[in-house]
Write a protein that binds this ligand. Structure first.
Ligand SMILES: Cc1cc2nc3c(=O)[nH]c(=O)nc-3n(C[C@H](O)[C@H](O)[C@H](O)COP(=O)(O)OP(=O)(O)OC[C@H]3O[C@@H](n4cnc5c(N)ncnc54)[C@H](O)[C@@H]3O)c2cc1C
Length: 371
C-alpha cells in the first residue's frame, strides 16, 4: 500500500500528539503512526506536571490530580527528613491514560490521521516504511518527525544525534483510600535503591506512585528488586493494604541534555528522541510540549516557504548551552554512589543555603528554554 502526507510523525506520546495537532491546525496534512494498539496502555511516565506547564498549556483539569505543595526529602536511613512547603500549587499528577486519549481526540479533531498498531520500520528508496494491522505501507512525506522516544529509530535513519546517557526507571501505581494527609511528593536519596537518581512516592490523596530510577548497571540487584525493596518500606503511604492489582510503568530516561543535531533536511526530533529532558530532575513533560511548539513552527515555515534550509534554525546546540548548570548538577548526582555520600549531602541540605537551593530546583520558575 501507499500513502502520502506533508508530515509523518512517528510516536504518539505527548511530544508526537502535540506536534501533530499543531501542524494540522496550521493546515498541513499529518499522518501519526504509533506502534501501540491503544494510547491508554504501556504508559511510561509518572505524569507529574510542574506549575509552569500547568500555567502555559491547557491540560484538561478533570484528568489532573489534586495540587501538591509539599516535598519531603529523605536520606538513606530515612531519619530527619527535610520538608519543603510552597505557598503555591507546584505539581499535579496527570491521569495519563485519559490525558493521552483526550490529546488523541484533539489531534483527530484537527484532522490528524492516526495509525495505531503501526510501527515505523525505516526508510527505503525515498519512502518511509510502516507496518500496521493491514500490512506494510510506503509513505511519501515531505518531512518526518521522530517523536519515538529515548531510543529513536527515526534519529538513526535521519543521521541525527542519539541519546547515549540514559537512566532507567520503574514504578507501581495504585489507588489509595482518601485520607487527611496533604498531597506530598517524597524523594529518597539512596544509591542502593536508586543509583544516580532518586526513589519516589507521590501520594496526592487519590493515587500513589512508588518508583525508583537510576543507572541500569549500578542497581546492586537489578531495578525490579530495588523497586520491591523500596515498595516494602516506602515513606508516605497510608497504612491500608496495597491493592492486589497495581499498574506497572517504566522505561528509559535520557539525561545527557538536549542533543545537538536534532534536525536535518528530511525532518527533526522532538521529546525524548531529542533528549529534551531535564538532566537533573529527569522531567520531560514540560520540555516535550515546549519543544513541540518550536518544531511545529519551524516545520510550518519549511512547508510554506519550500526553502530546503528552513529546518536549520531547529538547532539543539544553541539551546543546549542553557543546560550547562543542570548538566553539572547531574554529574554531581551521578557521583552519589554510597549512603555515606548521600548522608553528607543531607548535612548540606539542612543548612539555610541548602534548603534555598533545593527550593529553587523544586519550586523554581525555570522550564525548558524558549528558542
Ligand atoms: C518511569 C518514568 C517516570 C517519569 N516521570 C515523569 C514525570 O513525572 N514528569 C515528567 O515531566 N517526566 C517524567 N518522565 C519523563 C517523561 O515521561 C518523558 O520525557 C515524556 O513522556 C516523553 O514523551 P515523548 O512523547 O517524547 O516520548 P514517549 O512518551 O516515550 O512516546 C514515544 C512513543 O513512540 C512510540 N514508538 C517508539 N518507536 C516507534 C516506532 N518504531 N514506530 C511507531 N511508534 C513508535 C512509543 O510506543 C511511544 O508511544 C518519566 C519517565 C519515566 C521512564
Amino acid at each position: 500500500m501507499r500513502d502520502d502526507a506533508d508530515v509523518l510523525v512517528v510516536g504518539a506520546g505527548l511530544a508526537g500528539l502535540h506536534t501533530a495537532t499543531l501542524l494540522a491546525r496550521q493546515g498541513h496534512e499529518v499522518l501519526l503512526a504509533e506502534r501501540r494498539p491503544g494510547l491508554t496502555g504501556a504508559i511510561r511516565t509518572t505524569g507529574i506536571f510542574v506549575r509552569k506547564t500547568l500555567d502555559d498549556f491547557p491540560l484538561p483539569p478533570e484528568h489532573l490530580g489534586p495540587p501538591i505543595r509539599r516535598v519531603v526529602l529523605h536520606p538513606p536511613g530515612r531519619g530527619r527528613p527535610v520538608t519543603l512547603e510552597s505557598e503555591r500549587d507546584e505539581y499535579r499528577v496527570g491521569d495519563m491514560g485519559p490525558l493521552y486519549a483526550a490529546a488523541a481526540r484533539a489531534a483527530a479533531d484537527t484532522g490528524v490521521r492516526m495509525a495505531l498498531g503501526t510501527r515505523y520500520e525505516g526508510r527505503r528508496d525515498g519512502a518511509h516504511l510502516l507496518t500496521g494491522p493491514d500490512g506494510p505501507t510506503r509513505v511519501r512525506a515531505r518531512f518526518v518527525v521522530g517523536a519515538d522516544g529515548a531510543r529513536s529509530r527515526v534519529a538513526r535513519d535521519l543521521g541525527l544525534d542519539r541519546n547515549r546517557h540514559l537512566l532507567v526507571g520503574a514504578e507501581e501505581v495504585f489507588a489509595i483510600p482518601r485520607g487527611t494527609a496533604p498531597p506530598t511528593f517524597h524523594c529518597v536519596l539512596d544509591p542502593s535503591l536508586a543509583p544516580g537518581y532518586l526513589a519516589w512516592v507521590v501520594n496526592d490523596g487519590r493515587h500513589a506512585h512508588v518508583g525508583v530510577a537510576g543507572y541500569a548497571d549500578r542497581f546492586p540487584d537489578g531495578m525490579r528488586r530495588a523497586l520491591d525493596r523500596f515498595g516494602a518500606s516506602a515513606p508516605g503511604l497510608p497504612d491500608a493494604d496495597r491493592p492486589g492489582e497495581v499498574e506497572r510503568r517504566g522505561g528509559p530516561i535520557p539525561v545527557g541534555g538536549l542533543l545537538r543535531r536534532i534536525s536535518g533536511p528530511g525532518g527533526l526530533l522532538v521529546g525524548d528522541a531529542a533528549g529534551a529532558v531535564s538532566p537533573l530532575t529527569a522531567g520531560g513533560l514540560d520540555p516535550c510540549l515546549r519543544l513541540s511548539v518550536h518544531a511545529a513552527d519551524v516545520l510550518d515555515d519549511a512547508l510554506r516557504s519550500g526553502r530546503p534550509d528552513a529546518l536549520e534554525r531547529y538547532d539543539g546546540a544553541a539551546l543546549r548551552a542553557r543546560f550547562r548548570g543542570r548538566l553539572a548538577l547531574r554529574r554531581g548526582l551521578a557521583q552519589v554512589r554510597t549512603p555515606a555520600v548521600a548522608a553528607a549531602a543531607f548535612t548540606l541540605l539542612r543548612t539555610p543555603v541548602g534548603r534555598a537551593a533545593a527550593r529553587r530546583i523544586l519550586f523554581g520558575d525555570r522550564s525548558f528554554p524558549a528558542p
